[in-house]
Design a protein around this ligand. Structure first.
Ligand code: GCU
Length: 578
């Protein structure tokens, strides 16, 4: 996958003409809408047309842009024209993401398709583009499907369309297709990675330079255009306290690219999570990729600044980007802001693991997620699943996924989030055997909301047979901002007081868990979900946010922020205690 930052690109963002096609009729040969035909004579009969039709912003989900599309799940056709003069260069079109299935046409010709709403893909146009005006047509369909990832049911809004940036990218005939430049696992003094060329001239010398670190080295590619990188390096390490990024330049005889990269190691050792060899505690927050104020998918740098700005304000050092890879602005800004990132594929709850095509789709999403963000120092955890239910098919499938992740990237941690555990009186036992395949134990628990507190929070014991770090990857409850329903402190009063109480009790429990290495409240801000239908308290929103849908702080916000301030001090003191 081309790394855009170091490339000359032409953005195709802006207004695109669209046709709404609820019956998905346009792709059939009878209408063949992708041909974008114009009547050639008075008697010629064409029953569709983009010209003069509605136009939508790209990037942007279509649901929040037209009232008639508010809850739309179906096909929408997009058209964008661009001028081009072919040369000896290659041309690609790069999509940040299209939810959920996409078919791509150029000048009436089918070029390719993609399934998966949250990862990038690109298509080469070199041999198809013509001199002058070209017509790019995209069929986007966000219908939920049984063997989809996610499947038919999920607790977030199914925003559809071309939801992320679209770019034309020109490259030399033989170009630097991809590279990974990171520290070797567990080695603070060695850069390990590779550079992959694509094109006819595959045997070349690659020059890697990091001027600020005094690094300027060359490597040879093999017959397949791949150069293995391995060199000693003295680097300032990236961390939340010091999010140091270096300007990394890669050049070959025919091409060059560059980007900002941070260098750090992340490992587990027994029950500890080690960042640059030092134990850390993850002060986390879950985030959906949504801007509540505009009831739409987040996609821009400004959106990322708002969401991650809130996370910093909470004094988080860790964000779980749930439950799918968020746009690239999020992870690049996390690099700059010093926020550790959990990135996940939407293998979520009810997945049809028995379906033969599912494995292929999950593998592709994992590959695309890792390919895009493998050079992000902020990303420390790849997550293969959330709350999938133990079964032989499921266990086998996610075991395979964890192996796939390890084979693609040995420098990061692999995880899943699970809500499979049992509790008897004051003992909570972690019973999901699948954790054997992962580097840490991440538990979603909703004591005080979906489950009553079995015992006084402060005396609860978490029992795990896994000699692995334990984090609480989700917890919380719901409250509409300002709701003070009586009896305030009763479960399900939906009151802010009860919501605050849940967090007070959770913190009490956390304080009694010496082996805990991270907590991640569900969730930063209220978010839309069609499954939340309480007429007063929800109105189509999941109200578990620490912030309201206007970004206003609920009482529970202060509980978590104060807890994080305290935990941060405790851990800093720990670091300095011999
Ligand atoms: C689950 C799930 C979330 C969901 C949350 C909730 O644990 O992982 O996606 O939104 O609980 O019920 O609010």
């Amino acid at each position: 996958m081309i790394n855009l930052p170091g490339r000359t690109t032409t953005s195709l963002n802006g207004l695109w003409e669209v046709i709404i096609d609820p019956f998905d009729a346009g792709k059939g040969s009878w209408i063949a809408l992708y041909q974008d035909r114009k009547p050639e004579s008075d008697s010629d009969f064409v029953e569709y047309g983009f010209d003069g039709g509605p136009r939508l912003h790209v990037p942007g989900d279509f649901n929040s842009q037209m009232p008639e599309l508010a809850y739309y799940e179906g096909t929408l056709w997009y058209k964008r024209q661009f001028e081009y003069t072919p040369s000896d260069k290659r041309l690609f079109v790069h999509f940040g993401a299209i939810n959920y299935r996409a078919s791509i046409y150029l000048n009436g010709e089918f070029l390719g398709e993609h399934e998966g709403g949250f990862t990038p893909f690109q298509i080469e146009l070199t041999d198809r583009v013509i001199k002058g005006e070209n017509s790019l047509i995209v069929r986007a369909n966000n219908e939920r499907i049984r063997d989809g990832i996610p499947g038919l049911g999920f607790d977030w809004f199914n925003y559809g369309g071309i939801t992320r940036d679209v770019d034309l990218v020109e490259t030399p005939a033989t170009y630097i297709k991809d590279y990974k430049i990171q520290l070797k696992r567990g080695d603070l003094g060695t850069i390990a990675g590779w550079v992959q060329l694509d094109g006819a001239n595959l045997r070349q010398t690659i020059r890697l330079s990091i001027p600020e670190a005094g690094i300027d080295k060359t490597f040879r590619t093999d017959s397949k255009g791949r150069a293995e990188i391995n060199l000693p390096a003295e680097l300032a390490l990236w961390s939340p306290e010091n999010p140091k990024l270096y300007d990394v330049q890669i050049a070959s005889a025919t091409d060059s690219t560059r980007e900002k990269i941070g260098f750090r190691t992340i490992e587990v050792e027994g029950k500890e999570i080690l960042l640059n060899g030092q134990p850390i505690f993850l002060r986390g927050i879950n985030i959906h990729e949504e801007i509540p104020q505009r009831k739409g998918r987040a996609f821009s740098e400004a959106d990322a600044q708002m969401l991650l700005g809130w996370a910093k304000e909470l004094n988080s050092n860790f964000v779980r980007l749930s439950h799918y890879p968020h746009n690239e602005h999020m992870v690049r800004l996390a690099d700059e802001l010093g926020l550790l990132v959990w990135s996940e594929v939407p293998v979520y709850q009810h997945i049809d693991f028995a379906s033969p095509v599912i494995q292929r789709k999950m593998d592709l999403m994992i590959r695309e997620m890792i390919s895009r963000d493998k050079n992000r120092s902020s990303v420390i955890i790849w997550s293969a699943a959330n709350e999938t239910y133990p079964s032989p098919e499921r266990n086998a499938a996610i075991a395979r996924l964890s192996q796939l992740v390890r084979s693609l990237d040995s420098t990061r941690l692999v995880a899943q989030a699970s809500n499979t555990f049992e509790y008897h009186d004051d003992r909570t036992e972690i019973t999901d055997a699948a954790f054997e395949h992962f580097d840490l134990v991440a538990i979603n628990q909703y004591f005080g909301w979906y489950r009553p507190w079995p015992e006084q929070p402060g005396v609860m014991k978490w029992v795990s047979d896994f000699d692995k770090p334990l984090i609480i990857s989700e917890f919380g409850g719901e409250a509409l901002l300002g709701s003070t329903a009586e009896p305030k402190h009763a479960a399900h009063s939906w009151s802010e007081e009860y919501h605050e109480d849940i967090h007070i009790q959770q913190v009490k429990m956390f304080d009694s868990m010496p082996e805990l290495r991270g907590v991640v409240p569900w969730i930063l801000v209220d978010f839309r979900s069609p499954t939340r239908m309480h007429p007063v308290h929800q109105q189509g929103w999941n109200r578990k946010g620490l912030l309201s849908d206007r970004g206003l702080k609920k009482k529970a916000w202060y509980i978590m922020r104060d807890y994080y301030d305290r935990v941060q001090k405790d851990w800093e003191a720990r670091e300095h205690t011999p």
